[in-house]
Design a protein around this ligand. Structure first.
Ligand SMILES: NC(=O)c1ccc[n+]([C@@H]2O[C@H](COP(=O)([O-])OP(=O)(O)OC[C@H]3O[C@@H](n4cnc5c(N)ncnc54)[C@H](O)[C@@H]3O)[C@@H](O)[C@H]2O)c1
Length: 355
């Protein structure tokens, strides 16, 4: 495989076909592609829909912005022209990372785009659960009967209560940053925590079991890996206070959903806020959806105009950074940064398009 930075012609950026609807309109209008289109020497092309992306589709492109299709070994053209896959969002289970690294292709994700929106959605769950928002909404709609029962649904004040997080990376740390004005106590468990960040945010790092015992509101913010699968299980849920709430905006299978359903049904914990599920889309007859102490969202509570604009802006910046010969932010396969093939590619881009 050769490194084939074109000697002439534009820097060609492909967008996966699902960024456009069948009628040609943008799938997510908040993703502003115009700054990319307006950049000198850049040509932007929407691919035909294909899942996975096919290698021949990528033959003439330097960069790819990828929404949902799979980008696997079979998507990599042997001419070695492609330099970066910029995933829209932070999940990359659809991308064959080792094959990208081997081919000298950087895989970038958009942590800057999701950090604030997901942290906001955790706060939204926390306020809705502790404020009994949905219950009070329902009571009000019942008319005087419901209104007269409002005293039975006292909310939970947050001052002095303990906010706990399982994982304090990009989103977990932002959650604590945003929760500062609530005057809560902060605890977290994260085996790879940045201790400086924890200290700056006033977070006490605790053992896994102490996190479950101590939190009044416990937010799951770790990645899904073989180690974290069902990390929140029956045994650990049993450690939680009966007044505590669990929030999961990370990935469904980190929580044993059957075990969670049981503790919620038996009122062993007070409630849960769930944006993610073990099976998605979550089937309508899933037992957890029948419980009145659960608030749910379809893996989209963080979906806002600003989240999509942010993800798009981060992807646009990543592909333009590579064009200038610079290392983009959010590279997942860090090993590629030391690979001679990728370094040579950046040098060649810099020589051709750099300032
Ligand atoms: N609901 C959504 O729409 C949405 C959007 C973006 C991200 N997410 C999910 O949110 C989660 C957090 O994302 P992020 O960007 O903060 O990731 P991140 O990689 O920046 O942070 C994850 C943190 O979890 C820690 N961790 C790893 N293993 C752990 C373990 N066994 N116990 C406790 N902590 C552990 C890591 O050390 C890291 O600090 C991920 O699961 C991600 O997929 C969901």
């Amino acid at each position: 495989m050769t490194v084939d930075v074109q000697k002439t012609g534009p820097y060609r950026v492909a967008l996966s076909g699902d960024f456009r609807r069948a009628d040609g309109s943008p799938t997510f209008p908040d993703f502003d592609v115009q700054p990319l289109i307006d950049t000198k020497d850049v040509e932007v092309v929407y691919l035909e829909n294909s899942n996975p992306i096919r290698a021949e589709q990528m033959a003439d492109f330097d960069a790819l912005i990828l929404l949902t299709p799979r980008f696997g070994k079979e998507s990599i053209h042997p001419n070695g022209r492609l330099g970066i896959v910029a995933r829209f969002g932070v999940g990359y289970d659809t991308v064959d990372v080792p094959s990208c690294t081997e081919a000298g292709i950087a895989l970038a994700i958009t942590p800057d785009g999701v950090r604030r929106p997901v942290a906001v959605s955790i706060i939204a769950f926390m306020l809705a659960l502790t404020g009994k928002l949905l219950i009070k909404d329902h009571l009000t709609r019942e008319g005087p009967d419901g209104f007269n029962r409002r005293g039975q649904h006292m909310g939970v004040g947050l001052v002095g209560r303990t906010l706990g997080a399982l994982g304090i990376g990009n989103i977990g740390a932002e959650l604590f940053r945003m929760a500062k004005p609530f005057d809560m106590k902060f605890i977290a468990h994260d085996p790879f925590a940045d201790k400086k960040v924890a200290a700056e945010l006033g977070i006490e790092l605790v053992g896994l079991e102490d996190l479950f015992r101590g939190a009044d509101v416990l937010s799951v913010n770790c990645p899904l890996t073989s180690e974290t699968h069902h990390l929140v299980n029956a045994e650990r849920l049993a450690l939680m206070k009966p007044t505590a709430y669990l929030i999961n905006t990370a990935r469904g299978p980190i929580v044993d959903q059957k075990a969670l359903t049981k503790v919620l049904r038996e009122r062993k914990i007070a409630g849960a806020g769930l944006d993610v599920f073990e099976v998605e889309p979550v089937p309508a007859d899933e037992p957890i959806l029948k419980l009145d102490n659960v608030i749910v969202a379809p893996h989209a509570l963080c979906w806002t105009d600003q989240c999509f604009a942010g993800n798009g802006a981060a992807d646009v910046k990543a592909v333009l950074d590579v064009m200038k010969g610079e290392v983009p932010r959010g590279v997942v396969n860090r090993a590629v940064l030391d690979a001679p093939r990728f370094k040579a590619r950046l040098e060649a881009f810099k020589a051709r398009y750099g300032a």
